[in-house]
Ligand binder design. Structure first.
Ligand SMILES: [Zn+2]
Length: 138
């Protein structure tokens, strides 16, 4: 047995049938979120049925990628050596009818300028077939 001495980068998800649209969908530059074909709401994470009307007519759709910061925290602990600190861990609410809320990183602005309610937009960090959705001020 060998121990991998390489420093850790961003942890990446295992891709399967229920999350591939989310983690790999960014290859076309758009964020994909499940939407109910019956009542029209968007929801995240994956569910086989709509959380509002219980319809099984659900499938991923591209969304605007725009939203706002609901809440956030600033991490100063270097958990992953290739991820520089400090960085913002934010709860983002997308503008689509849901509510749809995602936990992600907010980059591209000094951490002291991040505020609840600030408008943000998605961008993607590619790791092979995985496109990690991250947010930056809009
Ligand atoms: Zn529904």
């Amino acid at each position: 047995m060998t121990i991998d001495a390489e420093p850790l980068g961003r942890p990446l998800p295992t891709i399967h049938d229920m999350n591939g649209y989310f983690w790999c969908g960014g290859r076309d530059g758009q964020l994909h979120i499940q939407r109910c074909g019956n009542c029209g709401i968007y929801f995240h994470p994956y569910q086989a049925r709509c959380r509002e009307c219980r319809s099984a007519d659900v499938k991923p759709e591209a969304v605007s990628g725009r939203g706002k910061v609901l809440s956030f925290t600033v991490n100063h602990q270097p958990w992953f050596p290739h991820v520089p600190v400090p960085y913002v861990i934010a709860l983002i609410e997308l503008e689509e009818k849901g509510p749809v809320r995602l936990v992600s990183n907010l980059l591209g602005t000094p951490v002291e300028e991040v505020k609840a309610g600030m408008p943000v937009k998605v961008y993607f960090e590619q790791h092979g077939d995985i496109f990690v959705p991250l947010f930056t001020p809009a």
